[in-house]
Design a protein around this ligand. Structure first.
Ligand code: GTP
Length: 176
């Protein structure tokens, strides 16, 4: 999952103090077939787990208020299996654009421990080796167990701090 956060150039919203810019968060969801990309997205947007998703959209737009801040989410769901190579391609592309999009590694279906093929340790090690963070979640569990809400509940500042820490790792200043 790649997250890019920036103030939106299109939207403004009214607050008690005046006009506040809406923050735009662009999220790229990469995952193997059946990983649960649709389930996680639908859970985040509707707070429901519906079980079967069929051929639904792969681009979602959703505005939510988190910590009194309006955030406009653009979520792109894309099938990709070779995670490590993909992480490196994203890093390479974002360095070329002088920006740093944080990458979050997610293990879904935490509720299905018996069928587990990747251990927590392997997930954590991959995250460390790729200067990333790792979460284990389940779309079946409650809304609050879902990664997007856990990361984003802290508001844009939460994401920005991930961006800042990754910028520090790469010694680059984040493009505003
Ligand atoms: N037990 C369990 N099942 C889940 C979880 N998340 C998704 N599923 C199920 O896994 C199946 C695949 O979920 P999808 O969201 O369609 O997966 P996807 O990654 O979008 O799949 P593709 O569109 O084929 O790439 C569905 O039957 C979901 O109900 C979870 O956390 N736990």
């Amino acid at each position: 999952m790649v997250v890019q956060v920036k103030p939106s150039s299109h939207h403004c919203s009214k607050t008690i103090e005046g006009t506040q810019q809406i923050v735009e968060a662009n999220i790229l969801l990469h995952g193997a077939e059946n990983f649960g990309k649709s389930a996680l997205t639908v859970r985040f947007i509707t707070r429901r787990f519906i079980g079967e998703y069929g051929e639904i959209e792969s681009i979602y737009s959703h505005i939510d208020t988190i910590d009194e801040r309006e955030i406009s989410f653009n979520i792109l769901d894309s099938l990709y299996v070779f995670l490590r190579q993909q992480v490196q391609r994203i890093r390479h592309a974002s360095r070329k654009m002088s920006t740093t999009a944080p990458i979050i590694i997610v293990g879904n279906k935490r509720d299905l421990q018996h069928g587990r093929t990747v251990s927590s340790g392997e997930g954590r090690l991959l995250a460390i080796s790729e200067y990333s963070v790792f979460f284990e979640i389940s779309a079946v569990e409650t809304y609050h167990g879902v990664l997007l809400s856990r990361v984003l509940r802290k508001g844009a500042a939460g994401i920005k701090s991930i961006v800042r820490s990754l910028s520090t790792v790469f010694g680059k200043k984040r493009a505003e």
